[in-house]
Design a protein around this ligand. Structure first.
Ligand SMILES: Cc1cc2nc3c(=O)[nH]c(=O)nc-3n(C[C@H](O)[C@H](O)[C@H](O)COP(=O)(O)OP(=O)(O)OC[C@H]3O[C@@H](n4cnc5c(N)ncnc54)[C@H](O)[C@@H]3O)c2cc1C
Length: 499
């Protein structure tokens, strides 16, 4: 008989896979289901950003992604007069200073491979049909294919079941926001006659609209994205032939650019929606189930995978009995809802900029905005924002003392993959003081400190954000923070034993 799992992950897209792999790494028992009989082969999201790569590095699997993808250190923004501005990702203060171009089908394949290393199997086709929260946890009904149903009791459910989330509906969360009428074309094409280096993304701003080209594979395999405005005569959406796509490419792209083969194409409309609460009792939402927005800036999948990484270590600590659940689990909603809101805003603005139709507005964009973007500090800011390096949790209930609490701590590469979600100290600390502290909090604090280039003593969370920023030698600040996090059941147990 199968042991009762602590967690049910619903959905094996990039977010569910990240969630399951992280929980499995930390020793949490789980099941992961997906209603689709097979994984998708569609390319969908095509960029893995630096912050996500740092996260994958911590998970111990970044290398496979880097080997499979194309590391683009530059992107090109080009106006109708073929004036180009280069956005330089090599300025990024990350272990991975580039945009990794990789089709989502590959990202999912690599995540599945990583998940398998923990002995976790994805159950397909298995669909979540209902859920009911009770005092013992959550009772769910799973539908196995056409004719078999299963009742299951778990402690926690994570809805990673995409934009049309069943979990979201079952917990009664509305998905407020708006839908835009503009239709967008996406196509995976082979191209010849490129004006920019083949491994680098390019965005063409034309009077009709935008043409974006992202390298996604060898031999000039590209993802095209373009808005289909009213001025487009070639045809619409899924009915478009290669010749019609070629006509669009010719009009908006550089002279001589030719689409020689189309592997997949389709259209979509942009939705901008977010749930009010990422948590309802013992049920959490992550990824597209919690937020959807324009693909401009390639943030959707990355934000979702980072939702998963944010929740996984917190839930693992609670499942393992290492920490008190209240503020730890509450912080997931407050931290990630803010990030989701910001992502919606930024992606919305970028889309708006691309869709400007009035000639004066287009002139201002092409001459003023692009000229501003040429400045190095502006470029760095923009690149850091896209790469996910500006994310910080300013108002998190998990922030301890110090003005830098909630900021991202510069990532370090570790060859040892942690199997326990523990905080790390960074900075100078006497070995004896660290040994004492680690002995007091064996489940919460890693016994080794990380060398730091920053002054002071830092307590860094398992997901790389600063919990406490103390002055050098202020061990008491760290002690106070960890004491507050310690599991209540463990304290009660100790007190009971002392009587
Ligand atoms: C055509 C297209 C192009 C895109 N391009 C980009 C891009 O360029 N950049 C970008 O960042 N984003 C892009 N996106 C968005 C990106 O694909 C999503 O943000 C990403 O897939 C979200 O991952 P997820 O795991 O949250 O959801 P999904 O990938 O949607 O996965 C959800 C999974 O849950 C399963 N599921 C659903 N309901 C149930 C249920 N009741 N029981 C069990 N399983 C269930 C589904 O079968 C699915 O496998 C694109 C999306 C599309 C459709």
């Amino acid at each position: 008989m199968m042991m009762r799992p602590q967690v049910l992950v619903v959905g094996a897209g990039p977010v569910g896979l990240t969630m399951a792999a992280e929980l499995a790494r930390y020793g949490v028992s789980l099941r992961i289901i997906d209603k689709a009989p097979q994984p998708t082969e569609k390319s969908r999201a095509v960029v893995v950003w630096s912050r996500t790569l740092e996260m994958l590095d911590g998970m111990g699997c970044a290398e496979g992604f880097i080997d499979a993808g194309i590391a683009a250190s530059t992107a090109h923004l080009i106006d109708e007069t073929q004036q180009a501005i280069r956005v330089d990702f090599s300025l990024l203060d990350s272990l991975f200073p580039y945009a990794l171009m990789l089709p989502q089908s590959e990202t999912e394949r690599l995540l599945r491979q990583h998940l398998e290393t923990f002995g976790v199997r994805i159950e397909r086709p298995v669909e979540l049909a209902s859920l009911q929260q009770n005092e013992n946890g959550v009772e769910v009904t799973l539908r196995h294919g056409e004719d078999k149903q299963e009742k299951l009791q778990v402690d926690w459910v994570i809805g990673c079941d995409g934009a049309r989330s069943t979990v979201r509906d079952l917990i009664g969360q509305s998905f407020g926001g708006r839908s835009f009428s503009t239709e967008w074309l996406m196509a995976d094409l082979r191209l010849t006659g490129l004006a920019t280096p083949p491994g680098e993304p390019a965005l063409y701003f034309h009077g009709d609209g935008v043409l974006a080209l992202f390298p996604i594979g060898p031999d000039n395999l590209f993802r095209l994205a373009a808005n289909l405005g009213p001025a487009i005569e070639e045809g619409r959406g899924t009915d478009m032939s290669l010749a019609q796509i070629q006509a669009l490419v010719e009009r908006r792209g550089p002279t001589g650019l030719k689409a020689t083969a189309a592997y997949w194409h389709g259209t979509f409309r942009v939705n901008e929606r977010q749930v009010r609460n990422y948590r309802s009792g013992r049920v959490f939402l992550a990824g597209d189930a919690a937020h959807v927005h324009s693909p401009a800036g390639g943030q959707g999948m990355n934000t979702g995978m980072q939702d998963a990484a944010n929740l996984a270590w917190k839930l693992a600590m609670v499942c393992r009995g290492d920490a008190e659940g209240g503020s730890l689990l509450e912080s997931y909603h407050s931290e990630r809802k803010d990030v989701g809101e910001r992502t919606l805003r930024v992606a919305g603005r970028m889309t708006w900029l691309g869709l400007l139709r009035h000639p004066i507005a287009q002139f201002l964009r092409n001459h003023l905005a692009l000229a501003i973007m040429e400045r190095r500090p502006v470029q760095r800011f923009l690149a850091r924002q896209l790469a996910g390096l500006t994310v910080r949790y300013r108002h998190s209930p998990l922030n301890g003392s110090g003005s830098k609490a909630g900021h991202r701590y510069p990532a370090w590469h570790s060859t040892v993959i942690e199997r326990q979600p523990r905080f790390r100290l960074a900075g100078r600390i006497a070995p004896s003081a660290l040994t004492q502290l680690a002995a007091r909090f064996p489940t919460l604090l890693h016994p080794e400190a990380v060398a730091s280039t920053e002054a002071g003593l830092w307590l860094v969370r398992p997901d790389g954000y600063v919990a406490v920023a103390a002055t050098e030698g202020d061990i008491a600040a760290i002690d106070r923070y960890l004491t507050a996090l310690l599991a209540r059941p463990m304290e009660m147990l100790a007190a009971a034993e002392a009587i």
